[in-house]
Design a protein around this ligand. Structure first.
Ligand code: NAD
Length: 261
């Protein structure tokens, strides 16, 4: 049996599925990934320095550039694609218990995923947060200030540095969010890692958690990942085509559990 048919059959009999998504699910919505062939860092390796919390705190020029990048972010106009919608369909079967995403673009929720099952481990670009007092506000409010000429807007409450509510390099993940993600990886019988290079930790380690807890591990990604060897199946195909096909056989009443332990 080829990998796609085999994974479809696993989806059909699974009872508790957790999906981990990465930037690759949103490239067909026009949002570039980081490490794919057209990725932001593949085409411009220097861009990575923008994503360090230390640089952001220390360097006004980095912040000014970061706000310009936020203002021009593709997320504001991007629309969900068939990959995002396939996961909404999977949720409606009752099998999808958690959708852990490394993405900051909000496209799962815009596609119709229930926000209560979406775990945004790297935060969201739709909100801005004060690095000092932790006040959170809608990104559009801060971007309106940027548009009005404030190149490096400060927190209006405490004067601290504002940043998009996303996780930068050198910035800890929120512990409650990480705990929820680990719980979701532990409590599933099928774990699908979709559109991620699986090079960013601790997100990638959720594959180890799921596999260690007895779930089948499936990697769906165009390029090889460090978890391919450990996976029960690897599907190397375009996500917006293959994901709808993989989950179409899902039936809430089909088969029994597939936990291997
Ligand atoms: P990554 O760039 O490291 O890897 C993306 C992977 O997806 C690549 O291996 C690429 O080959 C694959 N891919 C791209 N388009 C695909 C498609 N249509 N079909 C199949 N595979 C495809 O991304 P990552 O692993 O998510 O980690 C990067 C970090 O970047 C994450 O923390 C995330 O927060 C952030 N990021 C998010 C977005 C977003 O929100 N859309 C965009 C860029 C980066």
């Amino acid at each position: 049996m080829d990998a796609e048919r085999e994974v479809s059959s696993w989806v059909a009999v699974a009872e508790r599925i957790t999906v981990l998504t990465g930037a690759g699910i949103s490239t067909d919505s026009g949002i570039p990934d980081f490490r794919g062939p057209q990725g932001v860092w593949t085409t411009n390796p220097g861009a990575q320095r923008m994503f360090s919390l230390e640089r952001y705190r220390a360097d006004r020029d980095v912040r000014v550039q970061a706000w310009r990048n936020r203002r021009d972010h593709a997320a504001w106009t991007a629309r969900p694609n068939a990959g995002h919608r396939a996961l909404v369909g999977l949720e409606h079967t009752g099998k999808l218990r958690a959708l852990v995403t490394q993405n900051i673009d909000g496209l799962h929720q815009r596609a119709g995923s229930d926000p209560s099952i979406v775990i945004e481990i790297h935060g969201t670009v739709w909100q801005a947060e004060c690095l000092e007092c932790r006040d959170v506000q809608p990104m559009r409010v801060v971007l309106a200030r940027v548009d009005a000429g404030d190149e490096d807007p400060a927190c209006l409450d405490c004067g601290g540095l504002l940043k998009s509510a996303t996780i930068s390099f050198g910035q800890a993940l929120r512990s409650d969010v990480l705990r929820a993600a680990v719980r979701a990886a532990t409590d599933c019988d099928l774990f699908l890692a979709v559109g991620s290079s699986l090079q960013v930790h601790p997100a990638a380690r959720l594959c180890d958690v799921a596999s260690g807890a007895g779930a089948r591990l499936v990697v769906v990604n165009a390029q090889p990942t460090p978890y391919d060897a450990a996976a029960d199946a690897v599907v190397r195909a375009p996500i917006s085509t293959v994901l709808p096909a993989l989950v179409v056989t899902a039936r809430s009443d089909a088969g029994g559990p597939v936990n291997r332990r």
